[in-house]
Ligand binder design. Structure first.
Ligand code: ZN
Length: 129
């Protein structure tokens, strides 16, 4: 199992039994991998392929990597919840879930704002979320 897959399965219980049941059965399979090149985006969720891709630049910034993976997992969660092939945007529900998740994982609700508005500054210092 890759490091990204390990993280994914570590975070999966944050989403109840959406991704994995309490018995370990995979309910909504999602692939997780790095982009082959460093693109201008830190992460992406492709609903058609059910695939999360993370910038390889984040390998050196574990906190930022976890924040971006959690963010993309919210997209996958909403995809599973609404069973739509349209990727969800950052609407009210998204923001609420992200906030609660960040509080649970990082102890602060606004971690995603830090990483989306000011990510370069964040990773240049390996900011602690
Ligand atoms: Zn997003």
């Amino acid at each position: 199992m890759t490091y990204l897959e390990e993280l994914f399965f570590r975070f999966a219980p944050y989403f109840g039994e959406t991704f994995v049941s309490s018995y370990g059965v995979i309910l909504f399979p999602v692939k997780v991998k790095y982009f082959r090149k460093a693109y201008s985006t830190w992460g992406n969720y492709n609903g058609f392929k059910r695939e999360i891709q993370i910038s390889p630049t984040l390998k050196e910034f574990p906190n930022a990597l976890e924040g971006v993976l959690l963010h993309e997992m919210v997209h996958a969660f909403l995809h599973a919840k609404y069973n739509s092939d349209k990727p969800s945007g950052h609407g009210h529900e998204f923001e609420g879930i992200q906030w609660n998740l960040n509080v649970k994982h990082f102890g602060q609700g606004d971690a995603h704002k830090i990483h989306f508005k000011n990510m370069l500054a964040v990773i240049s210092k390996d900011y602690k979320f």
